[in-house]
Design a binder for this molecule. Structure first.
Ligand code: SF4
Length: 561
């Protein structure tokens, strides 16, 4: 039934019926396709992908003021473009000003990198675009993208031309669409890989990204695929995830997970108990994505993620609908993936299966620059390689290094601020975009996290505890409750908010969320931790607070031994 899944459905399904409420939820297959809110109206009238032509022929010539507001605040996202926050507006105004008052005339542009796979030629092009059109900005995101800022609409066609000339693009990098496909950063090269997911990532991206059939989903849709035993793509928080396993009779393939997502209401994905053979991965992806398109709740945007449908249906019903309405044939039962025993950030020097080495290095909280990207491309080529990967932990991994060149590469990386032997703090701290550019932000994140890392490195030297942090505590800093940097999966997750300053005013700070630690050895079970009610910390006190929590954790661990 693969082809049938690509047609917009008209009829109601008795089998998958309407959940709970009798009020229409905007499920196309249950309620019909009549739009129930303004977003759904414009998405149906003229889909997001169509705006590209207007950007190239009208807006790039007419400038910012020529942009139709529905395109600006809606369809531009389908091409990876968001307006960024006007500089100098403090977090207290985020909720009180109109969106247009917060908005600058410049754009954030997200370059989509499926599987995080880059060549040095591609890296150099992104670096040049950053230098020429984005004031030198570049951030590696926790979804393996590279984000640029200060982009002007006049330059967007030239940026696309340069990106597409080397096989990169921004198609569906944002919007209610299948976002970038997370892939194991060591796909195809790691000595201990269960299965190489590269062909499956490529097939899904080539067949379905930019395909109108999946260009109007209820909301964003996140995919992750790994065949590495460290489960290095944080699969539990994606809408669709495949995790490498070996079936006793069918050999290597994947365990299927659906319905994960964080934001303000965290849900971990659930296993369907199926085994997905590599040859069926694209078909199964299209089936699950079609369920989201056809049955996902569209009436309320805060209920429009797949996680709510999975929660209401449960794994058994979801699997039944997938197999009976969307797949050619049922899926076999399959084994669960084993709990990982190594961290999935790939930092450090590791052996490849071909005898060469890969080197994982961390920038500080994902921040690099066009200049660093250009120097990195030169450095990698000077060491005989042309390949690298970005990771879902805001790192980079350089591939294909001969043993005799590893030491020199590691030193060269450090010279440009990429650390293969980082302190526990530099390694395990990530931060979202925050108030510098994000219109939803309440507090600063990148600079705050960078300062905290520097301070914690002073307080935890090898003599005073750093060496005990062999399994680093993860610190995730977010500028608002939306959890782009995964508040709920960190050991210490921070959610930006304004706090009373004791003098009748407000000061930037965070609500604290303790004990996520997905796929981490320091937690026995995957979980989304808990928010500690009433526990808040100001930006200024952040290093003191993290030090206290860490020393208490280390003392507890010592007591257990
Ligand atoms: Fe913006 Fe909030 Fe997401 Fe940070 S968590 S990038 S502040 S929306």
């Amino acid at each position: 039934m693969t082809d049938a899944t690509l047609a917009r459905p008209e009829r109601a399904s008795a089998k998958a019926g309407r959940p709970r409420s009798s009020k229409p939820n905007g499920q196309w297959k249950v309620d019909g396709t009549e739009p129930l809110n303004a977003n759904e109206v414009w998405k149906q009238e003229d889909g997001g992908l169509s705006v590209r032509e207007r950007i190239e022929t009208i807006y790039a010539k007419g400038g910012f003021d020529s942009i139709d507001p529905t395109d600006l605040h809606g369809r531009f996202r389908w091409w990876g473009l968001y307006t960024q926050r006007k500089p100098g507006i403090d977090g207290g105004k985020t909720a009180t000003l109109e969106p247009e008052e917060l908005e600058d005339r410049y754009f954030m542009m997200r370059v989509r990198i499926d599987g995080g796979a880059l060549t040095t030629e591609q890296l150099r092009v992104i670096g040049e675009i950053s230098r020429d059109f984005a004031r030198g900005t570049a951030d590696i995101t926790d979804r393996q993208n590279i984000q640029l800022h200060w982009v002007e609409v006049e330059n967007v066609p030239e940026i696309w031309r340069r990106l597409e000339a080397v096989g990169l693009h921004t198609t569906e990098a944002c919007g209610d669409v299948p976002r970038v496909i997370l892939g194991s950063p060591v796909a195809g090269i790691s000595a201990d890989e269960i299965i190489d997911p590269t062909p499956q990532i490529r097939e899904i991206a080539d067949r379905y990204i930019g395909d109108e059939s999946f260009a109007n989903l209820p909301r964003k849709y996140k995919t992750a695929i790994t065949g590495h035993p460290s489960q290095d793509v944080v699969h539990e928080i994606n809408d669709f995830a495949l995790v490498g396993v070996v079936h006793p009779e069918l050999g290597p393939g994947y365990d299927l997970w659906v319905g994960g997502g964080l934001s303000t209401a965290a849900h971990l994905a659930v296993r369907l108990g199926t085994f997905v053979e590599p040859s069926r991965a694209a078909e199964v992806w299209a089936g699950v994505t079609s369920i989201f398109r056809d049955y996902g709740y569209r009436r309320l945007r805060n209920r429009a993620r797949l996680k709510y449908l999975v929660q209401d249906w449960g794994a058994e019903k979801f699997r039944e609908v997938l197999e009976t309405e969307y797949l050619e044939s049922p899926l076999p039962d399959g084994p669960a993936a084993e709990k990982p025993t190594t961290p999935g950030d790939h930092v450090g020097v590791h052996a490849q299966k071909d005898g060469r080495f890969y080197v994982g290095a961390t920038p500080t909280v994902g921040r690099v620059s066009g200049d660093v990207l250009l120097k990195l491309a030169d450095l990698i080529e000077a060491h005989g390689s042309q390949r690298l990967r970005t990771t879902p932990h805001q790192k980079i991994v350089v591939l294909d290094i001969e043993e005799g060149r590893v030491e020199s590469l590691v030193a060269g990386l450090e010279e440009i601020g990429l650390y293969a032997n980082p302190s526990p703090w530099r390694r395990s701290t990530i931060a979202c975009t925050g108030i510098e550019f994000c219109k939803l932000a309440i507090v600063d994140t990148k600079d705050t996290a960078t300062a905290a890392v520097a301070e914690l490195e002073k307080r935890f030297t090898p003599e005073t505890g750093a060496n005990e942090l062999l399994k680093p505590l993860t610190l995730h800093v977010n500028g608002c409750p939306n959890s782009c940097a995964r508040i709920q999966t960190a050991d210490i997750g921070l959610k930006g908010q304004l706090l009373p300053d004791g003098n009748g005013g407000q000061t930037p700070g965070f609500q604290v969320h303790l004990g996520g630690g997905l796929a981490s050895e320091i937690r026995s079970e995957a979980g989304t931790g808990r928010t500690v009610r009433g526990l808040k910390v100001t930006t200024e006190d952040l290093p003191d607070y993290v030090e206290r929590v860490t020393r208490s954790y280390l003392a507890g661990r010592a007591d257990e031994n």
